[in-house]
Ligand binder design. Structure first.
Ligand SMILES: [Ca+2]
Ligand SMILES: [Ca+2]
Ligand SMILES: [Ca+2]
Length: 141
């Protein structure tokens, strides 16, 4: 009698474990893997970043790092974030500062450089390329 009770108890203990295992398997497929870099700037959470999202993040970053709240980023505001070459190319009025249009133009350029498969979006792998990482630096707050 005691053995039979024990057997039932064991069976009951094992059952939920089996259920958990199959639920875990079902979770494996589905959404594309999200990378950490993407999480904060991908509002629709689809695992990829399109140019509209990148530009929006760039404009938000511009406002946050533009500490004196004028219309431009001075060198001390964009220092360490934008490479010297990118500043030279983007600073079309050659005043040594970047306005919002110039800042987002750099983001667009780096976006296109990183988007190797030309599908309109950046996936995690592309974000990890050197152009992708350079772009992410401009989107960070
Ligand atoms: Ca400024
Ligand atoms: Ca300028
Ligand atoms: Ca892509």
């Amino acid at each position: 009698m005691l053995n039979r009770t024990l057997a039932i108890a064991l069976a009951l203990a094992v059952l939920p474990l089996a259920g958990t295992a199959s639920a875990k398997d079902a979770k494996m497929d589905g959404k594309p893997k999200l990378c950490k870099a993407l999480k904060s700037i991908d509002p629709d959470n689809d695992g990829k970043l399109d140019l509209t999202e990148a530009k929006k993040a760039a404009e938000a970053a511009f406002d946050r790092i533009n500490r004196d709240a004028d219309k431009t980023l001075e060198r001390k505001e964009f220092r360490g974030r934008v490479s010297k070459g990118d500043v030279q190319t983007a600073d079309t009025d050659k005043d040594g500062t970047l306005d919002k249009a110039e800042y987002t133009a750099i983001v667009e350029k780096l976006f296109n450089a990183a988007n190797k498969d030309r599908d309109g979006t950046l996936e995690c792998k592309e974000l990890k390329s050197s152009a992708g990482r350079a772009m992410m630096r401009l989107l960070r707050s």
